[in-house]
Each structure stands twice: as structure tokens, then as C-alpha cells.
Write a protein that binds this ligand. Structure first.
Ligand code: HEM
Length: 439
């Protein structure tokens, strides 16, 4: 054990190493048995979990050069995605939020919403989370996939292959990662090659005239010093990493916003009335409730972690982690219920009785706070407002859908189909533009 003094050690396997019925419940049980700080050795890796107020504060304050988030994320995502997706990338998801970028993405969202509303038609039924995933793929590809990638058969084919490349599967379905490794990423590599082929012409167009191609122009410019074949492949791989690393939490979170608003008629009225900032508060609250993120840092240099009850010397190679659903949802504080008015802009205000404000979050704390938070909230607000003002929607479920039990990480994915019936509202023509909400 590379941790001194030795903390309590839980008999805990993580779901990518061994079958686990409910990954969050398993960590909760270990915490109930061992307290707020404990270690676990799973698949040969050592984890130090911390849940105390001081421990969580210390976690968010860890410097990146000694306890690294990027390495921890990579170690997770590489279970699903082959190394060629990561090697040599020149544009990363964190590079997407320059000053004017969000306006570009929201324009793409309007186009994506137009296309999805047209496809939905006047009435019918649809799986809610399948709808939000499609919307997310379309908006992402309209933003950075170049001409033609977000419409027609090219979009259908790209969307289907990008689903096979969803890096989030590493934490949503961790139990399937052994099969991915055993296949040598066969399905993923085949899908990747098809995506690269389909993106090739758009990348070439962007390389020839970067100024006319927005973000894809920027991505292509970063490869301008390479021969055409390598530049085309490199830029298309950048698009793939940006897309698969960024979109699927957002798509899932939008699904939960719709689930929660539909369950609260008064909230539905307030969203439909485009009350200033209200849809964003709904988005924050639904995201908080749906969080299953394991926040982890891979220790690169020996460090000291103060948990309040003790200070631990933690050696290289250990992963320090906390798990949001165990701190976000304290029933004793009423935090397991949905109430958007707990949020004041991006701040959770219902902090009475909380040992530290950092115990509750939707988009993280400290230096790694999600750079896409304003964009994600604007997207969820605009999409929820547009869909719910366009349609009367009747859920096909009686109890709130359940998250995938094995999931550990990211925003919950629904365990099973979540069908809704919808019918166009008579007033929808007047209120259908996504721009009806404040951004
Ligand atoms: C509802 C949707 C989203 C949620 C709930 C979410 C949540 C989070 C959280 C909790 C963190 C901090 C993780 C940590 O400290 O370990 C984070 C970081 C990050 N997110 Fe998001 N995110 C969302 C959407 C997005 C999107 C759409 C993108 C990109 C297009 C994105 C890009 C990033 C990046 C690059 C970081 C790392 C920042 C850093 O290391 O400094 N996120 N996100």
C-alpha cells in the first residue's frame, strides 16, 4: 500500500475489474463500513476514496502537476477507445471555449432542433434519451464536423458510428470493457475508420479555406504543416476526440432535465413561460441529481492529503477519488429531491448543514470546473424550452427512470427505454425558436 498511515482497506472491486451489481451502492457500502476515508485495491490499482468535508476540499485543491486529472481520465477512457484516438491530438475538448465559440454552438443547436422537430412531426412516440443523443450528435457535428456532416444519410451514418465510439461506455458500462480489450477494439477501430473516411472531404474543404469553416477550420489549420494524408487523418481524429469526449454527458443530462420538468407541472409552466434563468436552474438541479461522476486524480508525485481526521502521505500511481452521488444527495438535508430554486445562477444555495460547499456540485469545483458549463446550461435551457413549448409530452413511465446500475462516472444513463408520447401544441409556432430563453 503506497499510503501512510494505512487507511482502512475496503474489500471493494471496481466494475471494470469485476462484476458489480450497483457500483455506487458498492462504494456507499464500503463508506458505511469504513468511514469517510478508505482505500481499495482493484485490478492491481490502488484507490484512496475521500468523502469528509476536509478530504473533499483537499481533493479539489490538489495541484495538477502532482495529482493529474487528465491522466486519470485517459486511464478510464482508453478502456473503450484505442490509443490512436488520443495519440498526437492537436485540438482538445478544453480548446473549444474561446470567446465567440458558444455563439457558434448555439446557432448549431438551433439548426439541430429545427431538424429534430421536423423529424418528430405533429405527433408520435419516441425514446427520450435516444432523442437527446441524436440532438447532441447533430449539434456537435454541425459545430465541428464541417459541411454536410449534420444532415441526411451522412449524419445518420456518422451518428451511428460515433455511438460505437462513445468513450463514456468505459464508465457507463464498465462491465463490458473486458470484452472490448479482448477484441482488440475491433468494433471501435472499424467504426473509427468509417468516421475518418466520412469526415475526410469536409476536412479537406476546411484545410483549403479555414476562415469559412469555423471550428473545423481551426482544427485543420493546426495540421497545416503536415502532408495532406496525415493532416486529413490527424484533423479528423481531433474531431472524433472532441466529439466523443464532450457530448454524451450533455445529451444524458438534457434527458434528465426533461424527465424532471415533466414530473413537475408547475416547473413545466415556468419553463414554457421562458422565465428568466429558470430552465438553467432546472438543468443544474437535474444534473446534480443525475451525477454519478467518480472524480479522480492520478498521483504523479508523492503528496500529502489532509482529510481532517488524518493526513495521508500518498505515493505515485495511487488514484485519489471521490464519488459525487454519495455527497450530492444527502437525504438528511433533503438533497435527494428536485428543487431548481436551490440554485442562484451557478451556485448551490441550500448549504445549511453541509460540512463544505464543495460536497455538492453539478459541474465540479476548483481548477477543473467544467469549462463547458455555460455552454451546457445554455444548450439544455434552449433545447428543453424549445421541445416543451413545441409539444405536449406524456411520459410512458410511472416511476422516475433508473440509472444504469453498473455506471460509475459521468451523468446517469437511463437503464432501459424511456418512451414518451408527444403532440404538437397549438401555440408552438409562436414560441418554437430556441432563442426564446435567455443565454
Ligand atoms: C451536462 C453536461 C456536462 C457535465 C455535467 C459536465 C461535468 C463536468 C465536471 C463535473 C467536470 C470536473 C471533473 C473533475 O474535476 O474531475 C468537468 C470537466 C470538464 N468538462 Fe465537462 N461536463 C459537461 C459537458 C461538457 C462538454 C459539452 C464539454 C466539451 C465540449 C466538456 C468538457 C470538459 C473538460 C475539457 C473538462 C476538464 C477541465 C479541466 O480539466 O480543467 N464538458 N465537466
Amino acid at each position: 500500500m503506497r499510503i501512510r498511515p494505512t487507511p482502512p482497506v475496503a474489500d471493494l472491486a471496481l466494475p471494470w475489474d469485476a462484476p458489480v451489481d450497483d457500483a455506487v451502492a458498492a462504494v456507499a457500502a464500503a463508506r458505511a463500513e469504513h468511514g469517510d476515508t478508505f482505500a481499495a485495491v482493484s485490478g492491481g490499482d490502488t484507490y484512496l476514496f475521500c468523502f469528509s468535508p476536509t478530504g473533499v476540499d483537499s481533493f479539489y485543491a490538489l495541484p495538477e502537476d502532482v495529482a493529474n486529472k487528465g491522466v486519470a481520465d485517459y486511464l478510464m477512457l482508453r478502456r473503450k477507445l484505442p490509443d490512436e484516438v488520443f495519440d498526437g491530438r492537436r485540438t482538445l475538448p478544453g480548446d473549444l471555449f474561446r470567446k465567440d465559440d458558444v455563439a457558434t454552438y448555439l446557432a448549431a443547436l438551433d439548426l439541430a432542433l429545427d431538424a429534430e422537430v421536423a423529424a418528430l412531426g405533429e405527433a408520435g412516440s419516441v425514446d427520450l434519451f435516444a432523442l437527446t443523443r441524436r440532438l447532441g450528435h447533430r449539434m456537435g457535428l454541425a459545430s465541428w464536423g464541417g459541411p454536410g456532416s449534420a444532415v441526411g444519410p451522412t449524419f445518420d451514418a456518422l451518428g451511428a458510428d460515433l455511438e460505437l465510439l462513445d468513450g463514456a461506455a468505459s464508465f457507463v458500462h464498465p462491465d463490458t470493457m473486458r470484452a472490448v480489450a479482448e477484441s482488440g477494439y475491433a468494433e471501435e477501430r472499424a467504426a473509427l475508420e468509417r468516421v475518418l473516411d466520412r469526415l475526410g472531404p469536409a476536412v479537406d474543404a476546411a484545410a483549403a479555406d479555414p476562415g469559412a469553416h469555423g471550428l473545423l477550420g481551426r482544427i485543420a489549420t493546426a495540421w497545416a504543416d503536415e502532408p495532406p494524408g496525415a493532416a486529413r487523418r490527424g484533423a479528423a481524429l481531433d474531431v472524433v476526440l472532441v466529439h466523443v469526449a464532450s457530448m454524451s454527458n450533455l445529451n444524458a443530462a438534457l434527458g434528465w432535465v426533461l424527465v424532471d420538468v415533466l414530473a413537475h407541472p408547475e416547473a413545466l409552466d415556468r419553463v414554457r413561460s421562458a422565465e428568466e434563468g429558470y430552465a438553467a436552474r432546472c438543468a443544474l438541479e437535474s444534473t446534480r441529481l443525475a451525477q454519478r461522476s467518480i472524480m479522480s486524480r492520478h498521483v504523479l508525485q508523492p503528496l500529502t492529503l489532509d482529510t481532517g481526521a488524518a493526513s495521508y502521505e500518498v505515493g505515485r500511481g495511487v488514484t485519489i477519488a471521490t464519488l459525487l452521488p454519495l455527497t450530492n444527495l444527502d437525504p438528511a438535508l433533503g438533497h435527494d429531491t428536485w428543487d431548481p430554486d436551490r440554485w442562484d445562477r451557478h451556485r448551490f444555495t441550500d448549504t445549511a448543514g453541509l460540512g463544505s460547499p464543495r460536497l455538492v456540485t453539478a459541474f465540479g469545483h476548483g481548477r477543473h470546473t467544467c469549462p463547458a458549463q455555460p455552454f451546457s446550461l445554455a444548450t439544455m435551457s434552449a433545447a428543453a424550452t424549445r421541445l416543451l413549448t413545441s409539444y405536449d409530452v406524456e411520459p410512458g413511465w410511472s416511476a422516475r427512470p433508473r440509472p444504469v446500475p453498473a455506471q460509475i462516472g459521468g451523468v446517469a444513463r437511463a437503464d432501459g427505454p424511456c418512451e414518451v408520447r408527444y403532440r404538437a401544441r397549438p401555440s408552438s409556432a409562436a414560441t418554437s425558436r430556441a432563442g426564446a430563453v435567455s443565454r
